[in-house]
Design a protein around this ligand. Structure first.
Ligand SMILES: [Zn+2]
Ligand SMILES: [Zn+2]
Length: 286
């Protein structure tokens, strides 16, 4: 039977809108057959979108309880989306050992340990100001640091799943800062794919850019997916839902496009681990 899977979800333990139960009911209504929660892991500084430190264990216990409650209806997995910030947080720290899976994402850059962190997916104003004050308006240096940070994470503390690999493009609507055909940009991305291919990480195809109307293509862009296919890097379809109605947003269209790009398998989480499954535009054979 063809169904969808999605392992990138933010519920009200972090910056999502609803209780986990509401997401599970919505997932069942949207023909989802395997499901995971990935709240933003607590970072060692105060931000509104991460799990509060005192709720860290409660989140894990809550999802584990739902996992057994819904065992006969929907396989549910406990994950987190974990930041990589050198010397502060990474997906291989011991507190994440008992999760079913770890999504590793770069949301912050550390241009220099003496300087403040640069937030990649904050507001366009904070991006512009940070670019000016921390990178002297050198977008190439910011992008190259974004991708080299991703490579450092993959080499030193690899997650199971790499989150939104080219998220930094979200601030580049209408090529505001650079062209993604620039050789330096393509090189930074391809160097990162080379490292991903060595580590065995699964790269997610994340539709949030599409339904949030940041871009008509997912993270990663189709030209990046071409490089992923050539290197035979495993992929997975996720939506990075922050609301129950976003769980399978843009999935059919994206699966169709992936098929046209030559992909024949999407990876899913099973009780035995991450595994490939055939798919069509109607869903995944799970
Ligand atoms: Zn993220
Ligand atoms: Zn996310």
């Amino acid at each position: 039977m063809l169904r969808w899977t999605n392992y990138h979800q933010h519920c009200h333990y972090c910056d999502g809108t609803d209780a986990p139960e509401t997401y599970i009911k919505a997932a069942l209504a949207q023909n989802v057959g395997s499901f995971g929660f990935s709240s933003h892991a607590t970072v060692p500084f105060s931000v509104p979108w991460c799990i509060k430190p005192h709720l860290f264990d409660a989140y894990i216990e809550h999802i584990k309880r739902l996992k057994s409650e819904y065992a006969d209806q929907l396989p549910i997995y406990v994950g987190m989306e974990i930041d990589y910030i050198p010397s502060l947080i990474n997906p291989r720290q011991a507190q994440f050992d008992n999760l079913d899976y770890r999504i590793g994402s770069v949301h912050y850059l550390q241009p220099n340990p003496e300087l403040p962190l640069f937030e990649v997916d904050g507001t366009s104003k904070s991006f512009r100001e940070g670019l000016e004050t921390l990178f002297a308006n050198d977008i190439r240096r910011a992008c190259e640091l974004y991708y080299s940070s991703t490579r450092d994470m993959l080499r030193q503390c690899p997650p199971d799943i790499l989150g939104h690999i080219d998220k930094i493009k979200m601030r580049n609507t209408d090529n505001r800062y650079f062209s993604d055909t620039d050789i330096w940009y393509r090189q930074a991305v391809m160097d990162t794919l080379d490292v991903a291919a060595e580590t065995g990480v699964v790269i997610e195809v994340n539709t949030r850019s599409m339904y949030k109307k940041k871009n008509i293509q997912p993270y990663p862009s189709y030209w990046v997916l071409e490089g992923i296919r050539q290197r035979r890097i495993p992929i997975m379809l996720n939506s990075d839902a922050h609301q129950p109605r976003e769980i399978t947003a843009e999935f059919a269209q994206t699966a169709e496009q992936l098929y046209q790009l030559g992909f024949r398998e999407l990876h899913i989480i099973t009780p035995q681990g991450i595994a490939p499954r055939p798919f069509t535009a109607e869903g995944i054979e799970i």
